[in-house]
Design a protein around this ligand. Structure first.
Ligand code: SF4
Length: 116
């Protein structure tokens, strides 16, 4: 209230100054609330899928985000988190990836390596 007058800030730099808001949440708010894509929200699903699909070797969320951003048109950055979360939950969960029925089986470098 004191800093932003009760309005949700519309920049990533301002959002991350709010208590409890880090880059992931700020990216989701920016994309879903304002249609502004400053980055890609990286959570546990995005981290796992980016690694398994060979899109990054990084472990750090900021570095993973930087590896992913050049791979997709900016207008799709907001969809990446939703798509990878859904895919991660339905097809490629952490402990039991469904590789034999996965559409990406032929191109996935980590196919069949459950838990890695
Ligand atoms: S092939 Fe297996 S490890 Fe690779 S994305 Fe599909 S379910 Fe995940």
């Amino acid at each position: 209230m004191d800093v932003f007058g009760g309005e949700v800030p519309r920049t990533l730099a301002e959002l991350v100054t709010l208590p409890g808001v880090a880059r992931k949440t700020a990216n989701i708010v920016m994309s879903n609330s304002f249609g502004i894509h400053e980055g890609i929200a990286v959570d546990t699903h995005v981290t796992r899928l980016a690694y398994r699909l060979g899109l990054t070797d990084a472990k750090d969320a900021v570095k993973i985000e930087r590896d992913l951003m050049p791979l997709y048109p900016r207008e799709h950055w907001g969809e990446i988190n939703n798509m990878l979360v859904y895919f991660g939950r339905e097809v490629c969960p952490a402990r039991t990836p469904k590789c034999p029925s996965c559409e990406l089986e032929d191109i996935c470098p980590k196919c069949g390596v459950a838990g890695k």
